[in-house]
Design a protein around this ligand. Structure first.
Ligand code: SAM
Length: 240
């Protein structure tokens, strides 16, 4: 039926797409995507022939209006280059406007690098804060880390290989003594997740320059994993 379908696609391994996602992509009236070349490859792999409409960070009001008009009469799928749309990817304004206009909006869950990394890392997972990409400039990067310093949760950042070392240096300086995890090339052939102090990982990656896509995680401030807290004792205390 008509509406907006937010569809998660693989983050590397093409097997990581749900049956429902394939059905929705096949049955949609159009697929809005960041890059028609990237999505074209996925559709080709899935043997789907579909009309693609570019929708990226540079989309204009009229691009949005055109898509919103389509959604009134047919199913429109929104995908990004990889993983879950809107998670450090375009789509927020489109979803917001569709909702405001009473257009049916639903989301098909699937691959997401941040969630996968937190499950792999061995860092506490009861509370985590996804903070997107760190700023590229040193001052701004340190300011963001300082702002997050008191947060009692595992911090998750999206990262790129060329910036990894600078980010690890900044974490060593602003959040000293905390374990970090570097999760790389998730779901792909050279998938790896390494945990240690930032200094240790800086030394490692100096020998083995990192390639590919990276999620960077930072342990919460306490040495005691938040997961060790006795929830029953806390609940008993609250009831008394
Ligand atoms: N929407 C995507 C998702 O749901 O994960 C994220 C898109 S964001 C523009 C791209 C960033 O996600 C990369 O720089 C990297 O930090 C992370 N990422 C995406 N795929 C990854 C992978 N296979 N392994 C590690 N990190 C990945």
């Amino acid at each position: 039926s008509p509406g907006l379908y937010i569809v998660a696609t693989p983050i590397g391994n093409l097997g990581d797409i749900t049956h429902r996602a394939v059905e929705v992509l096949r049955g949609a009236g159009a697929i809005a995507c960041e890059d028609t070349r990237v999505t074209g490859k996925l559709l080709h792999h899935l043997n789907i022939k579909q009309r693609m409409i570019r929708y990226d960070d540079h989309a204009s009001e009229s691009d949005r209006e055109r898509l919103l008009a389509l959604m009134e009469t047919q199913p429109v799928a929104l995908v990004s280059d990889a993983g879950t749309p809107l998670i450090s990817d375009p789509g927020y304004r489109l979803v917001r406007m569709a909702r405001e206009r009473g257009i049916a909006v639903t989301s098909l869950p699937g691959a997401n690098a941040a969630v996968m990394a937190v499950t792999l890392s061995g860092l506490p997972n009861d509370r985590f804060l996804f903070a997107g990409f760190l700023p590229g400039k040193a001052k701004a990067r340190e300011a963001v880390l300082a702002e997050l310093a008191p947060v009692r949760a595992t911090l998750i950042f999206y990262e790129t290989a060329p910036r990894l070392e600078a980010s690890l240096q900044a974490i060593a300086a602003v959040l000293p003594g905390r374990d970090v995890a570097v999760a790389r090339e998730l779901t792909k052939k050279f998938e790896e997740c390494r945990t240690g102090l930032p200094e240790e990982l800086i030394a490692h990656f100096a020998q083995h320059p990192p390639k590919g896509e990276i999620v960077l995680l930072v342990a919460p401030p306490s040495n005691e994993p938040a997961g060790d807290i006795d929830i029953d004792a806390l609940l008993r205390a609250e009831l008394m």
